[in-house]
Design a protein around this ligand. Sequence first.
Ligand code: HEC
Ligand code: HEC
Length: 354
Amino acid sequence: MKKMGLVMMLIFVLSILGACSEKEDASAPVANNENEPENEVKIDQELEDAKAKFEPLGEIPVPADNPMTDEKVELGKTLYFDPRLSGNNVQSCMSCHAPGAGFGDGMAKFIGFEGFNGPRNSPTIINSGYYPTNFWDGRAGSLEEQALGPIQSEAEMNQSLDELVIELNGVPTYVEQFNTIFNDQISADNIAKAIAAFERTIVIADTAFDRYLQGDEDAISADAKDGMKLFAGKAGCISCHAGPLLSDYSYHNLGMSGDDGRFGVTGKEEDKGKFRTAGLRGVAHTAPFMHDGSLETLKDVVMYYNEGGGDHGNKSVLVKPLNLTDKEINSLVAFLDSLSGELPVIETPEIPKN
Ligand code: HEC
Ligand code: HEC
């Protein structure tokens, strides 16, 4: 496999070298006659090959035991915004995953219960229902499982589930809603199900990049197209950011130190410093980046990869200096921008009274 990759890379690099020597002459007339259709019929094989490596996102998977209904999603949204979910009734899910901050919090690392300084970045919940595991280190197996984590975490919402159920039972609207939707009483399980159903509606699937894949040639800029070629070729991003979500759903070490990541879940030495590959649709809305929020802009991210990542001893062999030019770095950023789409618009729900 690796050999194949190297051979492919070599062919690829040679083809770029070939293309570059011709480029000087070819680019001048194109720039002057931007509207001339002849220039556009010329097929860019490298671009076509890159494009063929991507796929659309498709529908979000829904677990059989938690079907989506409008009423359940609405209840989940209300719970997501309700500060009753925290022990001191101050923070809600939305405190750290705010619609106006790309469903994250815009900070490098989260600020938790009563000012606790969190060790990691609050990730976006956009498209989080597509991952087979949740959290930066993949320690939760589903959104249902995930939702009960922050509620109970002393660092985050610091609320016992028993107390939460008692508290929500004091709200007649909730009692009635749980009854109608689940044909059941309020329980931790049903709270998690409703929140997860809401989260599954926070999706970005229709980006300029997706419209380009569907055949709209003008959906993304020439720069973004160059970036797509780099992403799928020379820059090697697609070795990890592959498949419908642009994540291999696996864990890699990019060279960052200070957090054991996946090792904390598996206890395996080989997992030290590994984190789950982030999906990239919507990415321009969710700065700062990485599990520690250490990279502020998408350009910083590309420069980080270009320099070959950090110096953690367990760094992936796939992360190595890329020798990209400034123009190539900007093209990769333009490609990441083309993946960003529109933030889902959420109307703030009314929190029911006791
Ligand atoms: C105090 C800030 C804070 C609050 C409040 C909070 N979260 Fe989070 N959330 C985080 C952080 C930080 C992580 C990443 C933790 C990690 O990976 O170790 C996270 C991770 C997640 C993820 C995983 C995303 C992924 O890509 O897998 C989801 C989903 C999520 N939170 C939803 C919620 C929900 C639902 C609530 C309310 C019940 C909530 N969060 C409350 C900070 C917060
Ligand atoms: C070895 C696998 C691998 C390669 C190669 C790789 N990535 Fe990543 N990428 C990851 C992982 C893992 C994360 C999450 C790391 C973390 O949180 O610390 C990530 C995170 C990101 C993020 C931040 C997402 C966020 O929400 O914080 C961006 C943007 C990104 N990668 C773009 C790229 C680009 C562009 C390239 C090519 C230059 C690339 N990646 C190459 C595995 C990889």
